[in-house]
Design a protein around this ligand. Sequence first.
Ligand SMILES: [Zn+2]
Length: 165
Amino acid sequence: MRNTTRREILAEDTGSPYYELRKYPEPTVCSECGLVYHKGRWTNSLEVPAKANRELCPACKRIQDRNPGGVVYLNGSYLQTHREEILNAAKNQEKLARESRPLQRIMWIKPNGDGLEIATTNVHLARRIGESIHQAHKGELEIKYSEGDRFARIYWHRDDQPKPK
Ligand SMILES: [Zn+2]
């Protein structure tokens, strides 16, 4: 992976509507998912203040615009025989991420050719989904970053072993 400093990321990202560290008036409530922006972070652990500014959080904005931060492409005959386990691994990564980072979500899971496509609001979640599937189910994993590492396509592939004759 390219070694980008935090300062570079901040400088590059401030113009993006999905920028997760953008400043909002406090308190702001996401009109879609109800997260509260408090002390510079979107959090799900707060009561909703009565008089709050209303706006979409960066995750809901991506969902509305159908503009993912990362996409995982799963392929191969092994996927057909282990589909449930693999989808559970992906959903489990989302659950783990959301406990501390509520902006990291799966946006959609849909068929893509013979395989599956999982889109996420966040590049790190996409990578973690790919890595956890790779770790548990082997196969081949390839990660392609673009847009200065802010978007990634993750390719995972595994075919079933041919049965010995
Ligand atoms: Zn939201």
